[in-house]
Design a protein. Structure first.
Length: 286
C-alpha cells in the first residue's frame, strides 16, 4: 500500500479530535478536520494549530464526499449523541471513502461493541458488522474504554465537591484511556496500514477500582477525595445518565468485560496512566 500522507478527522471538534490532530501532526501527516460550523470557536482553534478545516455533515452525503478530496486516510469518530444512528453515519463516510479512493479508514468504536464478547444492544456492534461484511476500503477498528478526559467535563464538578460517587461493585475495575493515546493507535494504523488492515484492537491505558481512583485523586490533589458507593438510581439521577447508557454500565458491572491492559502496556509502554494524566492537566492545582 502507498504511504498515507494526508489524514481527515471526522469529529475533529469533539473530545477525541483535537488530541488526535496533535498526534497526527507529530507523526508527520498533513491533517484535515471536518466540522458542521467553520466559524465555531473549536473549528477556529483547530485551524490555528495548522489543521485545515472542511465542512461536512453526516446528513449531507455530498459534503462528506467533497471533504475527502485529496485525502489518503480517514479517522472516523461518529457522534456520541444517542439521537444519531451510528451505522448510518459510518456508512455515509465509508461509501464516500470508496468513491474517492481513500486508502485506509480507522473507525473509533467501544469495547462493548466487540462482536465476540460485547453487549448486543450497543449500536456500534451493527456498525462493526457492516464494516466487516460490506466495506471494501481497508479498515482498522479501535475499541476504546472510558475517556480520562471525561473528568474535565461530566465528572469534574462532582469530584471537586463530593468525591467519587459510583454504583459499581467496589472490586470492579474501571478502565480509562487518554484521547492522545487513542490518537496514537490511530496513527500507528495509518503509518503502517499493511500491518493494521482489517484488524480490530481493544485499547486501554489504565485501570483501577473506585476506591483506588479516589486514592489517586487524593494523592494528586493533596486532600481527601472520598469514595461513596451509591445506588444505580441515584447515579442516573445525579449525573443525568440516559437509560441506554445506564443499562450498558450495568452490563459491564456484571460481565466484567475488560481490555487486556497488561499486554498493551508490554507492547506500548508509553500509555498514559490516570495519575500522569491528572498531573498533566493540573489537578494538583485544584
Amino acid at each position: 500500500m502507498q504511504k498515507i500522507k494526508s489524514v481527515l478527522i471526522y469529529g475533529a471538534t469533539g473530545m477525541v479530535g483535537p488530541a488526535t490532530a496533535r498526534v497526527f501532526q507529530e507523526a508527520g501527516f498533513q491533517v484535515f478536520g471536518t466540522t458542521r460550523d467553520l466559524d465555531s470557536a473549536k473549528s477556529k482553534a483547530l485551524a490555528e494549530t495548522g489543521v485545515e478545516m472542511r465542512f461536512a455533515s453526516f446528513d449531507d452525503p455530498d459534503a462528506i464526499e467533497a471533504a475527502m478530496e485529496g485525502i489518503d486516510g480517514v479517522f472516523l469518530v461518529t457522534p456520541s449523541s444517542l439521537g444519531y444512528d451510528d451505522a448510518r453515519c459510518a456508512k455515509a463516510v465509508f461509501d464516500a471513502a470508496e468513491a474517492k479512493g481513500v486508502k485506509q479508514i480507522v473507525y473509533l468504536s467501544y469495547l462493548s461493541a466487540d462482536p465476540d464478547v460485547g453487549y448486543e444492544k450497543v449500536p456500534k456492534q451493527q456498525t462493526e458488522a457492516y464494516i466487516r461484511e460490506r466495506v471494501k476500503t481497508p479498515w482498522t477498528i479501535i475499541r476504546s474504554v472510558d475517556l480520562m478526559e471525561n473528568f474535565h467535563t461530566r465528572w469534574r464538578e462532582a469530584v471537586l465537591t463530593i468525591g467519587i460517587g459510583d454504583p459499581r461493585d467496589e472490586d470492579f475495575l474501571r478502565q480509562f484511556i487518554a484521547c492522545k493515546d487513542i490518537g496514537g493507535f490511530a496513527a500507528r494504523a495509518l503509518l503502517d496500514p499493511d500491518q493494521w488492515t482489517n484488524r480490530a484492537i481493544n485499547i486501554v491505558g489504565d485501570e483501577m477500582t473506585n476506591p483506588e481512583l479516589a486514592d489517586i485523586f487524593s494523592r494528586v490533589m493533596g486532600r481527601p477525595v472520598p469514595y461513596t458507593k451509591i445506588t444505580w438510581e441515584d447515579w442516573a439521577s445525579d449525573y443525568n445518565i440516559p437509560p441506554p447508557v445506564l443499562e450498558a454500565w450495568k452490563w459491564y458491572n456484571e460481565s466484567r468485560l475488560e481490555a487486556d491492559l497488561a499486554t498493551l502496556r508490554r507492547d506500548y509502554p508509553d500509555l498514559q496512566t490516570m495519575e500522569e494524566f491528572m498531573r498533566e492537566h493540573n489537578w494538583d492545582k485544584m
